[in-house]
Ligand binder design. Structure first.
Ligand code: SF4
Ligand code: SF4
Length: 341
């Protein structure tokens, strides 16, 4: 086992200490780790007898994202360690949220659960702007992808993640915590994953999604709306298509507005559920994406909605109106012909 140690200052993540172990007996020198690493940690070196092995010549760039370990056909790689410094230490603390706001958000969550029978907590999302006072929310010990943190919050966890607690370079840079790695900005990695046909298609997909200014956001904060520690900017709901349908109708109950959703199958949680509502202040739906479905326990039958917080009061009133007749009648299948019983 070749132990390549890292203990260096990363411009984006602070002090990091990752170790990459390469099992010399399993490695076949295919170079997939080098190709897939989004931040170009590896070089392939000749080690004699026609053999090549990965060398982490730029270990200081490593995010611990595990893309290389996931792509290695031989399971020859192991990443250990973490970026364990608290990047928000010493920052001004935010005032606790007023009790009436906590109660208002909990009331919204209760209405959505009671009317729709949601299985999971609606999730409050805050993107902590650079220099903003820091709410009292725990920073996890483990590194998580942003989508994983949302899925954990729907189960009841509160999580504040500065850049060095994020495990996905794509979501982290899209959400403005770090600059975008060159391989992701060019779309090159999407071709390697066989998700798109050409560089042109990849670049179009990248250019049509919003992206926040690098380092404009200091941390992502997610929490169950039932117990909000701070004001959310966007509310995320993980639900069945029928439940999302009623949320759409509730949002347009007073206006009749038909929505133009922005959904693609790429960047479901960071872009489609969070950033599009955050930037446009319109609600959006998502069918999920490769990343969030491959890295979380979200059910195949679930989809997602992101709702700007200021739309919630009217949506909740609309949902209450729908609960009086339309929702129970539809769920009773009142038009089901006897033939189909
Ligand atoms: S992907 Fe795995 S097998 Fe291929 S070079 Fe890297 S460590 Fe070796
Ligand atoms: S863990 Fe991620 S950043 Fe680190 S070497 Fe592997 S692919 Fe690159």
């Amino acid at each position: 086992m070749n132990d390549i140690r890292g203990n260096a200052i990363n411009d984006n993540l602070g002090k990091v200490a990752y170790r990459i172990y390469v099992d010399e007996h399993k490695c076949i020198g295919c170079g997939l780790c080098e190709a897939f690493c989004p931040v170009e940690v590896y070089e392939m070196w000749s080690v004699g007898e026609g053999k090549r092995r990965p060398v982490a010549t730029h270990i200081e760039r490593c995010w611990g994202c595990e893309t290389c370990t996931g792509q290695c056909p031989q399971k020859a790689l192991r990443i250990e360690g973490s970026a364990d410094s608290n990047m928000l230490a010493g920052r001004e603390k935010a005032e606790p949220l007023a009790a009436e706001k906590v109660a208002e958000y909990a009331g919204w969550a209760k209405t959505m659960r009671d009317v729709l029978g949601l299985r999971w907590h609606p999730v409050g999302i805050k993107l902590l702007a650079a220099g903003e006072p820091v709410p009292d929310v725990p920073i996890p010990n483990e590194r998580l992808r942003y989508c994983q943190s949302l899925m954990a919050a729907r189960r009841g966890r509160k999580l504040m993640m500065p850049a060095n607690r994020h495990a996905c370079p794509d979501g982290t840079s899209i959400l403005g915590l770090t600059p975008m790695p060159a391989k992701l900005a060019s779309g090159e990695l999407y071709i390697l994953f066989h998700k798109l046909d050409s560089v042109e298609a990849a670049q179009r997909m990248v250019s049509e999604r919003p992206c926040l200014e690098p380092r404009s956001i200091d941390a992502t904060v997610v929490f169950p709306l039932d117990d909000a520690p701070c004001d959310p900017s966007v509310i995320a709901v993980v639900a069945l298509p029928e439940q999302i349908m009623w949320l759409c109708m509730a949002a347009s109950y007073y206006t009749g507005h038909r929505f133009d959703f922005h959904a693609s199958g790429y960047n479901a949680q960071c872009v489609e559920t969070t950033l599009i509502p955050y930037v446009s202040r319109e609600l959006n739906v998502s069918f999920g994406c490769y990343g969030c479905r491959a890295s979380s326990d979200v059910g195949d039958d679930c989809m997602f909605m992101g709702i700007p917080v200021e739309l919630m009061p009217q949506l909740i009133k609309g949902l209450e109106e729908l609960s009086k007749k339309a929702i129970p009648q539809s769920r009773d299948k009142i038009y089901l012909p006897p033939l189909m019983n």
